[in-house]
Design a protein around this ligand. Structure first.
Ligand code: SF4
Length: 332
């Protein structure tokens, strides 16, 4: 395969086929850096020199009834994760202000539960979104699980929700191996409800769960089909106590390859390195942008620590890139 020919086709609006994406996952030469260089050019063409940042807050932690095998917050695994119910609105708004000060363009309210239903919890989430929007602090995002009622998606949109995170996690074929308490279709349906309300969609997955390259490619193709705006690329950070606790971490080069293939398959999307970035990429973190990523998280993850915001802002500058908020806050 000539990755530069493929790059030129993508730059002209061409789509990578399934076979080509599979080949990219095994591409070796003449130089593996060719793959990253080609992905970098695609990133630059579609996303420019801007790197977007987002921060998240775990607004309800632990004791989730679902059984996702990688997750420290499932009630089925003993991981020692902090457990608390939904934080109050003031705490969420305060943390949104902190995220904006750090330089993030988006702030996501994330909760460990199966999904949102009508009631007091939803009312509090809506109130937090309204406050964050009304005060013009930052783009309010959320990751609140499965939504089974389109009216809830509508209410979130009306409260000012900018983008909703709901990962496909892996391929349809592999999904039952990582979760048995809800389905791939539950996830697709949730995304469709939010999309119908004009909310941007942040959806990606976790690499390194034992999936095949076919699974990786099929998930990326499904994300392309759905038409997602942001693609979080998580690398498994094995948490002791979960069924994935002993799974070896991916190598840095394998992680970079996932980013590069994601950039080829979804050339216009905001490809975001998320969980597992520091522990899996290690000293090759700077390479994530030169392999196709256009975004990353700032600050901590849900149950694990990230590094300091200053280090990441410096990293972006050192790479000759520019930190950018996602869209104009004046549009809020
Ligand atoms: S639904 Fe979310 S919080 Fe619950 S176990 Fe799965 S990944 Fe964890």
């Amino acid at each position: 395969m000539d990755v530069f020919q493929l790059r030129d086709r993508v730059l002209k609006g061409g789509k990578v086929t399934r076979d080509e994406a599979l080949e990219l996952f095994t591409y070796e030469g003449p130089d593996l850096l060719d793959l990253f260089a080609a992905a970098n050019r695609v990133r630059h063409h579609f996303r420019g020199a801007r790197v977007s940042f987002c921060s998240i807050m775990n607004v309800k932690s632990g004791r989730c009834a679902e059984d996702c095998v990688f997750c420290a917050q499932s009630v089925r695994y003993k991981t020692g994760v902090p457990e608390y119910q939904l934080l109050d609105v003031e705490a969420m708004v305060k943390e949104a202000r902190e995220a904006a000060k750090r330089g993030s363009g988006c702030f996501g309210l994330v909760a460990a539960w199966r999904g949102l239903t009508k009631g007091a919890i939803l009312d509090n989430v809506l109130e937090a979104l309204r406050r964050i929007k009304a005060e013009g602090i930052i783009h309010p995002d959320a990751s609140l699980g499965i939504i089974e009622d389109p009216a809830i998606a509508k209410a979130l949109a009306e409260a000012g929700l900018y983008e909703y995170n709901h990962n496909l996690e892996t391929s349809r074929r592999f999904f039952p191996r990582i979760c048995t308490t809800h389905s791939y279709d539950d996830r697709l349906r949730t995304i469709s409800y939010l999309k119908a309300e004009g909310v941007l969609i942040c959806s990606g997955g976790i690499f390194g769960l034992g999936e095949t390259i076919e699974d990786r490619v099929d998930m990326l193709l499904d994300l392309r089909e759905v038409g997602v705006d942001t693609v979080p690329v998580n690398f498994l950070n094995p948490i002791p106590g979960t069924p994935m606790g002993d799974v070896p971490k991916m190598s840095p080069l394998e992680c970079l390859r996932c980013l590069a293939v994601a950039r080829f398959v979804l050339p216009e999307a905001d490809i975001k390195t998320a969980g597992g970035r520091e522990v899996c990429l290690r000293d090759l973190q700077a390479m994530m942008f030169f392999a196709g990523a256009s975004s990353t998280m700032l600050g901590n993850y849900l149950t694990t620590f990230g590094r300091s915001s200053e280090m990441d802002l410096q990293l972006v500058e050192d790479c000759g890139l520019t930190a950018a908020v996602k869209g104009a806050l004046s549009a809020l």
